[in-house]
Design a protein around this ligand. Structure first.
Ligand code: HEC
Ligand code: HEC
Length: 485
């Protein structure tokens, strides 16, 4: 900073063009502390904000089994309707135009929303613009959507991503679908929120940063040079564009990238309705429940849902019954014999925890330089049980997001099931749930301590049904208001 000031004084004395560029270069490399702080966050000026009465709050409406009619009355994803509120600055009642979002069937809770970053329609649209804009990259060529493309399952369908200057990264890009439900972000969980995650790529030299100067300071400067952005940030945040506001807007956008209403979700609902009608019974969808929703999909000409299951609008009833029976069997395998639900649980099919399946292990050893969750744990909190452990991904939309696993090493669902069928890849850190405890105990009694993978012993038909069940988790496409650039 002292250097900058001295050279500014020198420049004032001589005032040559060369001096001006020199100061600019110095600024870019090392912004002054005050300028840097202002580019990171600013306290909002309420007079710049969109007036309270014109703000459009977003209300996420989840299907509540006790009063499903509220959700059922919403015909689309995005519904504009009046909301009664009290203006906090005047204490007066106002009626505003809000947006009621119909959270897709199968998502029985709304993603949690940080108190400091409420959802508004204007903020979502600003976040969407930033998400698709390469302006966050140093060469103006890479956007979030380059690697998380709505047309490619909000991922890039590459083994590992290609970033700025065509550089290859080391990880498979996870999908943004339903990422608002993740308790931690990244394969190793190193970001605690979508807002924190969004600050990574612009300063990552293999993703969006050219390695020169302070990446975020420069990105904010580029955005501040666009009058439309300056206007939007003032209206939405009451500040100039800042890193804090950019991260918030992108986080809010991602929270609305919601997918559900798969055939599996529809059959779960059909089952609940049947059990209620019968006055009791097992809460487990059967072949008849699947057949019912498949017939409904045929009647509704829902080609998207049908094609995921190798069906079409003109499929023969016999074929439909056969698919329904396979789905029921696949579901049963998923929750029982194949033990998938011991990690892939809940509405988004993840326990939000970290496990070592041996993806990255070779010949019984952990050979990858990446240590998974262990690598992200702070010094003083390292847990050897987490070497090579990665976050359990959700299992919706798998047909759009191949290849699979943190390194993109499994190219098909068949290959994934084969991995599980052999008990994962042997290595000293294999997750407890992947191991055969009985055989390990027997080995210990015989004086041998060993990690023994648990084989699933699935037959070829069982593998097919299990895969079909995963295909049945393919949901409706994300609403175009969110997914279209
Ligand atoms: C060059 C490709 C690339 C770009 C550009 C990129 N990402 Fe990613 N993204 C990845 C990869 C690869 C990962 C996984 C990295 C890891 O876990 O270490 C990832 C992880 C994520 C995750 C975590 C998802 C999860 O399930 O853990 C989110 C959310 C995300 N990115 C959003 C964004 C946003 C928002 C932007 C723009 C600011 C962006 N990404 C830019 C490739 C990219
Ligand atoms: C011990 C916990 C655990 C069990 C049991 C488990 N999974 Fe996984 N699953 C994971 C983790 C962790 C990953 C990511 C691993 C990695 O990338 O290293 C994963 C990844 C996947 C993926 C890839 C998804 C993607 O987007 O890359 C699929 C598909 C999958 N599992 C399906 C299944 C099926 C089917 C079963 C049952 C046969 C199953 N899982 C059992 C934890 C588990």
């Amino acid at each position: 900073m002292l250097m900058t000031r001295l050279s500014a004084i020198a420049c004032a004395l001589v005032a040559t063009v060369a001096c001006v560029t020199e100061v600019r270069a110095a600024d870019a490399a090392q912004p002054e502390a005050a300028a840097l702080a202002a580019s990171e966050s600013q306290i909002p000026n309420p007079s710049l904000l969109t007036p309270y009465k014109d703000q459009q709050p977003i209300v996420l409406v989840v299907r509540d089994a006790r009063k499903p009619e509220v959700w059922g009355a919403l015909k689309k994803f995005w519904n504009v309707a009046p909301v009664e509120s009290v203006d906090p600055s005047t204490g007066e009642k106002v009626t505003r135009q809000g947006v009621f979002i119909k959270v897709p069937l199968g998502l029985n809770t709304a993603p949690s929303i940080p108190a400091e970053n409420p959802l508004t329609a204007e903020k979502v649209m600003l976040g969407k613009k930033l998400y698709f804009d390469p302006i966050l990259s140093a060469n103006n060529k890479v956007s979030c959507a380059s690697c998380h493309n709505p047309q490619l399952g909000y991922s890039d369908q590459l083994t590992t991503s290609t970033g700025i200057f065509e550089q290859k990264g080391g990880m498979n890009a996870p999908t943004v679908y339903n990422s608002g439900f993740n308790s931690l972000q990244f394969w190793n969980g190193r970001a605690a929120s979508l807002e924190e995650q969004a600050q990574g790529p612009p300063q990552n030299p293999s993703e969006m940063h050219d390695g020169k100067g302070n990446a975020w300071f420069k990105a904010v400067e580029r955005i501040k040079a666009k009058p439309e952005y300056v206007k939007s940030f003032a209206r939405v945040f009451g500040t100039a564009p800042t890193r804090d506001a950019i991260a918030k807007a992108i986080g809010v956008y991602e929270r609305l990238v919601l997918t559900g209403n798969s055939v599996v979700d529809r059959a779960d609902l059909a089952m609940r309705e049947r059990v209620e009608e019968d006055g009791g019974g097992k809460l487990e969808p059967n072949a008849a429940d699947y057949a019912k929703v498949l017939k409904a999909a045929i009647a509704a000409k829902d080609a998207e849902a049908l094609s995921a299951l190798t069906l079409e609008v003109g499929s023969e009833p016999a074929k439909v019954s056969q698919v329904a029976a396979s789905l029921a069997n696949g579901r049963n395998l998923f929750f029982n014999k194949a033990r998938c639900a011991s990690c892939h649980v809940g509405d988004n099919y993840t326990d939000n925890a970290f496990h070592n399946l041996g993806v990255g292990a070779k010949e019984g050893q952990w050979v990858s330089a990446d240590l998974g969750r262990y690598g992200a744990q702070p010094t003083g909190h390292k847990d050897a049980a987490h070497v090579g452990a990665y976050k359990t991904p959700g299992l919706r939309q798998l047909l759009s997001t191949a290849p699979y696993m943190h390194d993109g090493s499994e190219t098909s669902l068949e290959a994934v099931v084969d991995l599980y069928n052999r008990g994962g890849n042997l290595n000293p850190h294999l997750d407890g749930k992947m191991r055969d405890a009985d055989s390990e105990r027997d080995a210990a009694k015989a004086g041998k301590s060993a990690v023994i993978p648990r084989k699933l012993l699935l037959t070829p038909d069982e593998k097919k049904d299990l895969i079909l069940f995963m295909r049945g988790l393919q949901g409706d496409p994300v609403d175009a208001l969110i997914s279209a650039p």
